[in-house]
Design a protein around this ligand. Structure first.
Ligand code: NAD
Length: 367
């Protein structure tokens, strides 16, 4: 097994500079415990990069990402950058080109319920207890990337058109990746489409059906997107891995993430090319930046995804997840999680960003 890995570290803006060091701390604990060598190289991205060198994605940063084995990103953006020309705004000028340059066609968002956080959900405990879903969204095709146009009508109105197209190749590569992820989990894949109405969905379903035979150990099902949005609320435990196209995935990932509560707990992975990008699902939270109160767990859990999906280090990834679970079981909370404290009367320890990172690193060494 390979022991040396290069990780590009891009803290970005706002709370990004506070939460990323805590994820690095967790990875350092893993390297100590397992004897891996992680070489971390930090670079500027987003507003911080714009302030320093005039562009949110400097060439050196892109080159570093491309030459690394994985990228760990904090968050980018802030109100001070909202009025910049579109191409220089952090998300459009950095995040989208980064995804494109790294060929990240798959976005993975796990939806897991941690003990002690049952109250964070608006859904009844008996419905969500034990939920553990991975939603895989196609990230570079479909409606968002199709041709867009506007035409004037003779009546003085307008017609707006967005083209939704998918090729067999685009469908196959995301579905294959989803099968691989399902193979590492509970071996169930639900493909979500709208094949009763859309031609692109009919090709999607035909393609998945043709691939099914290659994965006999995985149970494949198909579901219409409207039904899926309902089933996620009605009985989310029926799902293991969900794979779907770009726009359906955009909507379903947000719905699924809210099943389990706080935004500070939600990791994500964008993969597909040679280098994966791992980041929390939330933004730079300028309202709480610089106060040592941001929840670092989404970023720490993103680091676990980095180990699992970029380095194939499953045992190490599980240890990070176990450390987070244990800390929450013991009542460790950042302030955003206070509203979700267990009403059973378990005492709660309110921790700052750094203190939560310290506890997780300690648990990684001890568990
Ligand atoms: P946000 O996710 O930054 O914050 C929403 C709310 O959640 C805020 O009240 C914030 O304090 C809270 N929150 C977020 N993360 C938290 C954490 N780890 N711990 C505790 N509380 C947390 O969304 P926003 O306020 O709409 O956006 C702020 C900036 O972030 C904007 O510039 C936006 O464009 C950018 N943004 C960046 C990304 C990204 O980098 N991928 C994603 C979303 C938004």
């Amino acid at each position: 097994m390979r022991l040396k890995y290069k990780i590009a570290v891009l803290p970005g803006d706002g709370i990004g500079v506070e939460i990323v060091p805590e994820a690095v701390k967790a990875l350092e604990a893993i390297s100590l415990r397992f004897g891996h060598q992680f070489e971390f190289t930090e670079a500027l991205v987003g507003g911080a990069a714009y302030d320093a060198v005039g562009h949110p994605l400097p060439e050196e940063t892109l080159a570093l990402c491309k030459s690394s084995d994985a990228v760990l990103l904090g968050a980018i953006g802030g109100p001070q950058y909202d009025e910049l020309p579109v191409s220089l705004r952090p998300e459009i000028g950095a995040l989208l080109p980064l995804r494109k340059e790294l060929a990240l066609f798959a976005n993975l968002r796990p939806c897991m319920l941690f003990p002690g956080l049952l109250q964070a959900s608006t859904i009844k405990e008996e419905v969500i207890k034990g939920v553990d879903i991975m939603v895989i969204r196609e990230l570079t095709g479909g409606l968002y990337f199709g041709n867009k146009s506007r035409e004037k009508t003779p009546q003085g109105g307008q017609i707006a058109t967005d083209v939704l197209s998918y090729s067999t190749h685009e469908i196959e590569r995301i579905v294959r990746l989803a099968y691989e992820v399902a193979g590492k989990r509970r071996k169930q894949l639900c493909s979500v489409d709208k094949a009763n109405v859309l031609e692109s969905s009919r090709l999607w379903r035909e393609t998945v059906s043709a691939m099914e035979k290659e994965y006999p150990d995985i149970k494949t099902t198909h579901m219409y997107v409207d039904n899926c949005s309902m089933q996620l609320i009605r009985d989310p435990r029926q799902f293991d891995v969900i794979v779907t196209e770009n726009m359906f995935g955009d909507i379903l990932t947000d719905e699924a993430s809210m099943l389990t509560g706080s935004i500070g707990m939600l990791p994500s992975a964008s993969i597909g090319g040679d280098v994966g990008l791992y980041e929390p699902s939330h933004g730079s939270a300028p309202d709480i930046a610089g106060q040592n109160i941001a929840n670092p767990l989404a970023t720490i859990l993103s680091a676990a995804m980095l180990l699992r999906y970029s380095f194939n280090l499953d045992q190490e990834a599980e240890l990070i997840e176990k450390a987070v679970t244990r800390a929450l079981e013991e009542g460790c909370r950042t302030s955003d999680l206070l509203a979700c404290s267990d009403p059973s009367g378990q005492p709660v320890k309110v921790l700052g960003t750094r203190e939560m990172g310290d506890i997780i690193a300690q648990k990684i060494m001890q568990l």
